[in-house]
Design a binder for this molecule. Sequence first.
Ligand code: PLP
Length: 364
Amino acid sequence: MEKKFFTSGPSQLYPTIKIHLQSAIQENICSISHRGSLFQTLFKDTTQLLKTFLHIPDSYQIFFLSSATEAMGRIIGSCVDQYSFHLVNGAFSYLFYNQSVKLKKKALKHELPLGCGFDIKQIKIPKKIELICITHNETSTGVQFDLRQVSQLKQKNPQSLLALDIVSSAPYVNVNYSLFDLVFFSVQKGFGLPAGLGVLIVSKQALQKARDLKLHGRLQESYHDFINLEKYAGEFQTPTTPNVLLIYLLNKVISDMKKRGISLIREETEQKAELLYKFFELSSDFKPFVSKPRNRSKTVCVAEAKFGSSYCIKQLMQQGFVIGSGYKELKEKQIRIANFPAHTLQDVQTLIMKLQMLTNKKNK
Ligand SMILES: *Cc1c(COP(=O)(O)O)cnc(C)c1O
């Protein structure tokens, strides 16, 4: 039976991946040199496509890494001398914080209970902070950060660089890049690709910070520090042999998404999320985990499940629908459903129908 993956990453592959994998083999993509002109063209085209598709200003650099977690570590290593500040309300925002702790920085955090969203007005950030880290979509609990607060945050903290994790909300999230210095995602979530590639978008100011740290011997030097990444990106290359296949597939999928249109993708995402939350609200057996609708993620919808998650997951699995459990300590209490561009409106409607049938069966 063909399965549909509603897990939050890896997830359902974008429908055109199969064709692109075949053409990659035909074009010998996995054998070309990463120091040759074919790769340089691929690098140049892909970063240009990303810039037009996501409306990233031309002055920003795009780096290819191995994962989003790597991006977190490289950001801290190249942009923080001493102090970072983190908005933490779940496992992934904590991961970013913890990368800073592990690199022996003075990492400060403002932490909220799981399921809650941040109100910038309530948060005091010390002047000495060099980098503020925000997770747009906390995948572990389905809480979305309200980006309308960012200009205020920026006004109050003009000295700090701003980093944004958009791993589980790209390409849906509409980022005003001019407000951020570091934005990153990996490709196995909303882009519907196999895992193994991280994309990091970096402002001039962030690159300058790396140069300043280097000058003072305070840069966390590595093959993937910003100085080295920038040097190679200048030649449309990467410091090490990258995942060329995934860069190729990302290029193809973005071209497909671009044809479909980013505004249509965004509209459909909102429409599907609304159907899911409406179902959870009206159901006697499910309840949206995030109580305030404005904090609810559009791309990872989380509900408390009265019968427990393992029952739901098992029943749906038998019908070819793979959904996620709650994260860690919430594993049995919740179900998590990804809502990415690879999930069609019809897929979501069918999934809701199946959840409804579960309810009917259990209540008989
Ligand atoms: C999945 C995820 C990550 C980690 O991504 P990797 O590619 O596995 O490193 C980081 N942040 C968020 C919000 C995520 O959902």
